[in-house]
Design a protein around this ligand. Structure first.
Ligand code: GDP
Length: 582
C-alpha cells in the first residue's frame, strides 16, 4: 500500500489498453538477460543455486509432463505423497528441512489444536498438505500463550456474563478499578491485505496485554475466514454500544493522542480512587498512516501503563505495527520468549488466525489442483496495479528482467536458434501471476509458448482473475483476492510488488522471503536493479515511531535500539523484523 493513498475505485472501470505494443521490447528483455555462456554453464549455475540435497530430491520425484502453454495435468492425491520434502524458504532458502511426515503436520507444530468441526472449515486442517514446506516451528511458549488466550476468549468473549458486564460498564461511561476482562476492538478497513495485517497486529497486542480480541466484521471479514478460537468468536457481535465506532478517526474526541495532549490520565495520579475516576471507559487508539506523534506515544512504556487501565480499546490501523511493539521496552522480554525467531511473527500469527472459509478454500483448492499441483517448481508473481494506470511495458520488462537475471524462470531461446523439444525429464514450472490486469501474465504466457526455454523446462503461466480495479468490501471480489493471496503463499519462489500488503500476507503465510520488485524512479523506465531479495519474510511497518521513549522522546534509529528491527528495502522510512543472526 501507499501511505495516504486512498485508492478509491473509479466510478467506471478504466479502459483496458492493449498490453504491450512492444512485443520486441519484451523479447529483448528476455534475450538481454540471457548470458552468452553455454547451456552447460547455465546448468552448472542453476545447480549451484539449489542445494545439493534439494537437487537430489528434485531428481528423484516422478516425472511430470506439462504441456507448453497449456494447463498442467493434475494428479489429485498423488502429489501429497510424492511431494518432495520442501525447500525451506525464509532464513535459509533451498535447504531441505522437513521430512514428508513433518510436512503433513496439519497442526503446524502446535499452532492449531484439534477439536474444531472439520466440515465447517475445511482449510483449517487441510492447508498444511498443500505446502511443500512445513515452515518454521512456533516456540513452545507461543503455543502455550495461544492456548491461554483461547481460554480467555471463552471466559470473557461474547455470550459470557463477563462480556455483558463489560458492555454495561462501557454504556455507563465509567471505568472500573480492576475489570474482570479487558477488550480490544479492531476496526477493519482498506484492502484485504491491510485488514489482515491490522488484525494480526491487534491480536499480538491482545496477547501481550491479556485483552479479548474482537474484530469488526465489516468488509466481509465475517465471510472470508473461519473462527480462529475454539469455542469462542473473534467477531464483534451486533449491538456494540459505540454504534459509530467504524467511523472513529483522527477527529474522534476519545482518540488516545488527544487524551495525551489533554493530560486526561493525570501525570501523577498515585491515589488509586482518583486515578480510577480519571480513567475513561474506552479509548480510541489511532495508529493509522496519519497518526500524530501523540498517538504514537502508544509505543512508550508510560503510555502502555495508562492504557492498561482502560477496559475497552478501539483501534484503527492500516499498518503492520508489530515492529513497533518490539520497540516497547515493557514487551520485549515477552516477545523474545514468544518469538525466538523474530522474523516469524506474521508467519505464525497468520497461520494461526487466517483460515479461508469453505467458499474461499474451494477457490484455492480447485485452482491449486488444476494448475499448480503437478509442477515441480511453482513461482508466484504479484503485480500490484494502482488505480487506472495504463499497462506498462516498463513494468513488464522489469518483471522479466528480474525473473531472468535472478534465474527464477528459465531463459528463452531466440526464434532462430534450433528448438529444443521439451525435455520430459526436465522440471516443469508453473507460474501464478496475480494482478488486477491480465496484460502481464498474457505476455509471459505468450513468450513461453512462442519460445523454447534454454533448459528444456516447460513453463506454464496462469492468472486466476483480473478484476481490473479494487472493490474492497464486495464479497466476491474479496474472496478472489483472499484466494489469490493464499495461492501465492503456496509457491516455492515469490516475486512481489514493493509496499504491497497483498504480497506481505502471501510471503508470511508461505514462509517465503520474496524477491521485491523495486519501485522505479520514474514510471517510464524499469527500476534498476529490477528486484532484490527481501531481508525477511515479515511485512514492513511503514510509519513507525522514530522516537526513543527512554531518551526524552528524541529521534532515534530503531535498529540501534533493537537490532532485529531494521529498515525495509521497499519503504525507506519503514521498519521490519529480521532474523537475529543478521
Ligand atoms: P495493497 O493495497 O497492495 O497493500 O493490498 P490490499 O490487499 O490491502 O489492497 C488491495 C486490494 O485490491 C486487494 O485486497 C484486492 O481487493 C484488490 N487487488 C489488488 N491486486 C489484486 C490481485 O492481484 N488480485 C485480486 N483478486 N485483487 C487484487
Amino acid at each position: 500500500m501507499h501511505i495516504g493513498d486512498v485508492r478509491q475505485a473509479p466510478v467506471t472501470a478504466p479502459t483496458v489498453t492493449l498490453c504491450l505494443d512492444s512485443k520486441g521490447a519484451l523479447r529483448a528483455a528476455f534475450m538481454e538477460a540471457k548470458t552468452t555462456e553455454k547451456l552447460a554453464d547455465d546448468d552448472k549455475r542453476w545447480s549451484k543455486a539449489v542445494s545439493g540435497v534439494v537437487a537430489a530430491v528434485l531428481m528423484s520425484v516422478p516425472l511430470l509432463v506439462i504441456l507448453l502453454g497449456g494447463r498442467s495435468i493434475g494428479a489429485p492425491g498423488v502429489w501429497i505423497q510424492t511431494a518432495m520434502a520442501g525447500l525451506r524458504q525464509g532464513s535459509s532458502d533451498h535447504s531441505l528441512l522437513h521430512s514428508s511426515s513433518s510436512h503433513h503436520d496439519r497442526l503446524y507444530g502446535g499452532l492449531l489444536i484439534e477439536g474444531f468441526n472439520v466440515q465447517s472449515c475445511h482449510s483449517r486442517y487441510q492447508s498444511a498438505m498443500y505446502r511443500r514446506t512445513a515452515g518454521r516451528r512456533p516456540s513452545p511458549y507461543l503455543v502455550s500463550k495461544l492456548r491461554r488466550h483461547e481460554a480467555l476468549q471463552r471466559r470473557c468473549g461474547p455470550g459470557t456474563a463477563a462480556y455483558s458486564n463489560a458492555l454495561e460498564q462501557l454504556r455507563s461511561g465509567k471505568s472500573v478499578a480492576s475489570p474482570e476482562c479487558s477488550y480490544l476492538v479492531s476496526i477493519s478497513y482498506r484492502g484485504l491485505g491491510n485488514r489482515l495485517l491490522a488484525a494480526a497486529s491487534a491480536f499480538l497486542y491482545a496477547l501481550l496485554t491479556d485483552r479479548v480480541l474482537l474484530v469488526d466484521p465489516s468488509n466481509a471479514m465475517d465471510e472470508l475466514f473461519c473462527e480462529p478460537f475454539l469455542g469462542a468468536t473473534w467477531l464483534l457481535p451486533p449491538g456494540f454500544p459505540l454504534t459509530n465506532y467504524t467511523n472513529f478517526d483522527i477527529d474522534t474526541a476519545e482518540r488516545y493522542g488527544n487524551m495525551v495532549k489533554n493530560d486526561v490520565f493525570g501525570s501523577d495520579a498515585t491515589d488509586a480512587s482518583t486515578a480510577v475516576q480519571q480513567v475513561p471507559a474506552f479509548a480510541y487508539v489511532h495508529l493509522n498512516y496519519d497518526a500524530t506523534l501523540e498517538d504514537k506515544y502508544f509505543f512508550c512504556d508510560d503510555d502502555q501503563r495508562q492504557l492498561r487501565r482502560v477496559q475497552w480499546l478501539v483501534m484503527r490501523m492500516d499498518n503492520y505495527i508489530v515492529p513497533g511493539l518490539f520497540l516497547v521496552p515493557a514487551f520485549q522480554d515477552e516477545l523474545d520468549t514468544m518469538f525466538p525467531e523474530p522474523d516469524t511473527v506474521f508467519h505464525h500469527l497468520g497461520r494461526y488466525l487466517f483460515h479461508p472459509s469453505n467458499h474461499v478454500w474451494g477457490l484455492v483448492a480447485r485452482y491449486y489442483h488444476t494448475y499448480l499441483a503437478s509442477a515441480k517448481k511453482r513461482v508466484g508473481i504479484q503485480v500490484r496495479i494502482y488505480g487506472a494506470l495504463p499497462d506498462s511495458p516498463a513494468l513488464l520488462e522489469q518483471i522479466t528482467t528480474c525473473t531472468q537475471k535472478e534465474r527464477l524462470l528459465p531463459e528463452i531461446l531466440a526464434e532462430r536458434e534450433p528448438t529444443i523439444s521439451p525435455d520430459p525429464g526436465a522440471k516443469s514450472i508453473a507460474v501464478i501471476v496475480t494482478s488486477l490486469k491480465s496484460c502481464y501474465s498474457d505476455e509471459l504466457k505468450r513468450v513461453y509458448w512462442e519460445h523454447a526455454t534454454a533448459t528444456g523446462e516447460a513453463v506454464s503461466v496462469h492468472q486466476p482473475s483480473h478484476e481490473e480495479y479494487q472493490r474492497s468490501g464486495a464479497t466476491s471480489h474479496e474472496s478472489k483476492a483472499w484466494a489469490e493471496m493464499y495461492l501465492l503463499s503456496l509457491t516455492d519462489v515469490l516475486v512481489t510488488s514493493s509496499m504491497s500488503t497483498f504480497g506481505y500476507v502471501a510471503q508470511g503465510l508461505g514462509g517465503v522471503r520474496p524477491w521485491l520488485l523495486y519501485k522505479p524512479a520514474n514510471s517510464s523506465a524499469p527500476a534498476d536493479p529490477p528486484c532484490g531479495r527481501d531481508v525477511s519474510m515479515e511485512p514492513c511497518y511503514f510509519k513507525p515511531l522514530s522516537y526513543d521513549c527512554r531518551r526524552q522522546k528524541q529521534w532515534v534509529d530503531p535498529s540501534t535500539v533493537v537490532p532485529h528491527v531494521q529498515g525495509c528495502h521497499d519503504a525507506g522510512w519503514g521498519v521490519k523484523l529480521v532474523g537475529r543472526s543478521r
